[in-house]
Design a protein around this ligand. Structure first.
Ligand SMILES: *Cc1c(COP(=O)(O)O)cnc(C)c1O
Length: 234
């Protein structure tokens, strides 16, 4: 696995997809998802000039990233896996952004820990858009409840960025595209209703479907396998 080569290839492909879909060059960020890959792989990516990383699990992230961030100051870590309430404190401590906010009850817990640490944190709301995936908000009313509380400035340390989704695991391009379109439409809707909040980031697209995601407006693609290789789950 040549991580540097993979990174360069993906970045090239992202540029091509941006251009094809009439998007500005550089409008799509690349989140390198290093779950199940060792610290050395992350460092290899850093040495190749990459600085934006994603991890699924708090515990795994905590075993890799605090040291890395100590040594490489401009590294940014996004958590992208569903977050248990009892992991919130550690999550806030180690992450710069939590992309997988799937229920309002996480917000006061996050705010509380941010206050203690005197730290701001970015978040995305994860939305359920595909029949087969399990995670994310399914109830728009609940999402609106969260956005209302942010708009009322109840959580001053929490900085919303936008919305995240996982497309269904299928070969059916139509279904995948449908899922990305529905995230974009929801985002446009919410940006209209909450014009004072920053909600314009769309985190969508993985190794298998990121080109479709870019065509549908993704601003951040989350890519693991195509950079670091297959994951060994044992
Ligand atoms: C693992 C994971 C990714 C990356 O998946 P690949 O197919 O390896 O690119 C992206 N997003 C989430 C939420 C993930 O859990």
């Amino acid at each position: 696995m040549n991580i540097e080569e993979n990174l360069n290839n993906i970045k090239k492909e992202i540029n091509i997809a941006e251009e094809k879909s009439g998007r500005k060059a550089g409008s799509v960020k690349l989140l390198a998802v290093s779950k199940f890959h060792p610290q050395e792989s992350v460092i290899e990516a850093i040495k190749a000039g990459h600085f934006l990383f994603g991890e699924n699990r708090v515990q795994e992230a905590n075993s890799k990233f605090p040291q890395i961030k100590e040594e490489y100051k401009n590294i940014s870590l996004h958590l992208i896996g569903s977050l248990q309430s009892n992991k919130v404190n550690k999550a806030v401590e180690i992450a710069d952004c939590i992309e997988s906010i799937d229920r309002c009850e996480l917000l006061p817990k996050i705010e509380n820990q941010c206050c203690k640490l005197n730290k701001n944190i970015k978040i995305f709301f994860e939305i359920h858009t595909g029949e087969e995936s399990k995670s994310g908000f399914t109830d728009k009313g609940q999402l609106i409840k969260c956005l209302d509380s942010l708009a009322n400035n109840e959580y001053p340390h929490i900085i919303p960025q936008g919305f995240m989704t996982m497309a269904p695991f299928t070969q059916d391009e139509k279904l995948i595209r449908k899922s990305f379109i529905s995230l974009r439409e929801l985002s446009e809707d919410m940006q209209k209703n909450y014009s004072h909040l920053k909600l314009d980031e769309l985190s969508m697209g993985m190794s298998g479907d990121y080109k479709i995601a870019i065509e549908e407006g993704s601003t951040i693609v989350r890519i693991g396998t195509a950079i670091f290789g297959e994951r060994n789950y044992n």
